[in-house]
Design a protein. Structure first.
Length: 503
């Protein structure tokens, strides 16, 4: 799919007509492909400048930008710099604050001061400062699946049609493969009915609330559905488009759009902003649960139900399904309640919009309920998952011996837990007779003795870190503290190891 600002449509005659391309656009596609190939190893800013030059030569900048957007998804950009840019900026800004920067000479002085502290040249600091900005990232790989202009244009037409469907409120579809069409409609969580027309049977597709009011909410799902429709040999779509408040009709056929012989990039979509918001906030928590979008269907009597999400526990074969019940029509809520009543033998959490007033009814069906208004409260969902997690940790702990003797001389609790296929909490209360626990690391006494002999007060911190690294120890602070040392920091110049009682 393309961005909305790349959409090319005509409204001639009051219709809504995507401006598809044919072989006449092959030279433009060739130039855009060549620009990407020629700029491997160069900055994104230089790539963008070259694309701007193509736009200047072509009397259709949206076409160039749309093709470039498709190819950019096939490209790999990386930050290339002598130092991590965030570290270079932090040290350079601290140096600039210390010396005061009011001229280019002052700037050079600040860079030299920062370079001394980092052990590099001023040029290396300067080259690293803003290397992570988009325009300075380097195109390190470009291996497009649409390697020919013809395939790229075919993919462009499909993406253009999908983008045009973003604002659709209803689709009327005739397909040579209606069974596959209906299966895809159900998987996308849409509603449908089959009508008999003079031209034959057609499938009318809407969102759950589309039968009762016009809505643009399901445009992304309609766009995803197009790929399934377009894979049939003979098909036709009439779509009602909400064009900024004006209702228009768009017609698509198998003569307009075909599916390239390569799989497109998976583009996540959500049925509502509530779901998208929840997914973004949950994934940012870095829990021991993996969020899965659109898991497998659940049997609900004579039909199926596809939950919005599932939570997979990272340390066991255990899945909890998650359904979000938003503000739906009474008829659809009644249908959903019927499905929930028939779901058996699965763990299911249901987030229920308080305005529906059906939380108690769902809880009576032995499902866990989280009430919400506006946004789903992450802490309440996590609290339910923690209850499951506590039982899972207890089960895993019961299967572990009371004493554990790792083979490695040095191993972190996280690594040991992963080796046993359990969460860290499952091994924290175990006994490790052959190791000493220092912070989150298990270390054999002989290793601690060897490190203690190698490190002395007055050593540079960098030397102490190198010694610990040679012994496979990453938790520098905890080990030094265990041995009776602290670090005396010396600004940009690093640090020195001192005994804890030294003033």
């Amino acid at each position: 799919m393309l961005r909305k600002d790349h959409l090319r449509v005509s409204r001639a005659g009051g219709g809504y007509h995507p401006q598809f391309v044919d072989e006449a656009a092959a030279p433009v596609a060739t130039r855009v492909l060549d620009v990407f190939r020629d700029h491997v190893g160069e900055r994104r800013g230089d790539l963008d400048d070259a694309l701007d030059a193509v736009e200047a030569d072509v009397d259709d900048f949206k076409l160039v930008r749309g093709l470039a957007a498709l190819l950019e998804r096939e490209a790999t950009f990386e930050t290339k710099a002598p130092l991590p840019p965030t570290r270079a900026r932090r040290v350079a800004f601290e140096a600039a604050e210390a010396v005061g920067v009011a001229s280019s000479t002052d700037r050079e002085g600040a860079l030299e001061r920062a370079a001394d502290g980092l052990g590099v040249t001023p040029a290396a600091v300067d080259d690293s400062l803003y290397a992570d900005r988009d325009e300075n990232q380097v195109l390190t790989g470009f291996d497009p699946r649409w390697e020919s202009p013809e395939l790229l244009l075919e993919r462009y037409n499909l993406s253009l049609a999908q983008t045009a469907l973003f604002d659709a409120t209803e689709l009327r579809v005739r397909s040579a493969d209606p069974k596959r069409l209906v299966s895809a409609v159900k998987r996308l969580g849409l509603m449908y009915e089959i009508r008999t027309t003079d031209a034959g049977r057609e499938v009318v597709v809407t969102g759950p609330d589309g039968l009762f009011r016009r809505t643009r909410r399901y445009g992304t799902a309609f766009a995803r559905l197009l790929r399934t429709v377009a894979e049939a040999p003979d098909w036709r779509i009439e779509a009602t488009i909400d064009d900024r408040g004006t209702e228009r009709t768009m017609t698509l056929t198998d003569g307009d759009v075909t599916v390239p012989g390569v799989e497109p990039l998976a583009e996540p979509s959500f049925d509502s902003g509530v779901e998208a918001d929840f997914a973004g906030r949950f994934r940012a928590l870095d829990l021991d649960w993996t969020l899965v979008r659109e898991p497998e269907p659940l049997e609900t009597g004579t039909s199926v139900m596809i939950p919005d999400f599932a939570f997979d526990y990272d340390h066991a074969d255990f899945r909890v399904f998650f359904e979000v019940m938003g503000f739906w029509t009474p008829e659809y809520v009644e249908k959903k309640l019927g499905q929930l009543a028939d779901v058996e033998d699965v763990e299911l959490i249901v987030a229920v919009d308080e305005s529906l007033g059906v939380g108690e009814e769902i809880a009576a069906r032995d499902h866990r309920v989280v009430a919400y208004s506006g946004t789903v409260p992450i802490k309440d969902v996590v609290a339910v998952l923690r209850e499951y997690e506590a039982d899972l940790v207890a089960d895993a702990s019961a299967d572990l011996p009371e004493t554990i003797s790792p083979d490695a001389d040095v191993v972190t609790l996280e690594t040991l837990a992963a080796n046993h296929g359990v969460a860290v909490e499952a091994i924290e209360d175990r006994t490790f007779p052959e190791h000493e626990r220092v912070g989150r690391t298990l270390v054999r006494p002989a290793v601690l003795e060897a490190v203690d002999e190698a490190i002395s007060a007055g050593d540079a911190l960098a030397d102490a870190e190198a010694c610990l690294e040679d012994h496979g120890i990453e938790d520098v602070s905890a080990i030094l503290s265990e041995l009776g040392y602290r670090v005396e920091w010396e600004g940009l110049g690093g640090g020195t190891v001192r005994t804890k009682d030294a003033s």
